[in-house]
Design a protein. Structure first.
Length: 105
């Protein structure tokens, strides 16, 4: 009887896990800035585009963000407000939504 109930609980749990739909894919990372590119938008206004060279990359358990996608994506720092430089260490969370990857601030 215990085995039967355990099996039912396991089936119910596994079906709910597989039915889970990810609103966004995520990963936590540590890395360094590479290929920093500064684009002048207007006088005194600029945007910074950069990529990350990951030293540690951990995907979300249910909604993983593929590391190769994140590594090949050029991220945007609007107004260059993060003070980034090539080789500077950076860490945080990356989110993929609708095919675009963002640094969660």
């Amino acid at each position: 009887m215990k085995a039967f109930i355990s099996t039912l609980v396991l089936l119910a749990f596994s079906s709910s896990v597989f039915a889970y739909s990810c609103p966004q894919n995520e990963a936590q990372f540590i890395g360094t800035v590479k290929d920093l590119r500064i684009v002048k938008i207007d006088q005194g206004i600029r945007d910074c585009y950069y990529q990350i060279n990951f030293s540690d990359y951990r995907t979300h358990g249910l909604c993983p963000l593929d590391e190769s996608l994140a590594a090949s994506t050029e991220l945007l720092d609007s107004d260059c407000s993060m003070g980034l430089e090539n080789g500077k260490e950076i860490s945080g969370y990356l989110i993929e939504k609708n095919g675009e990857v963002f640094l969660d601030k």
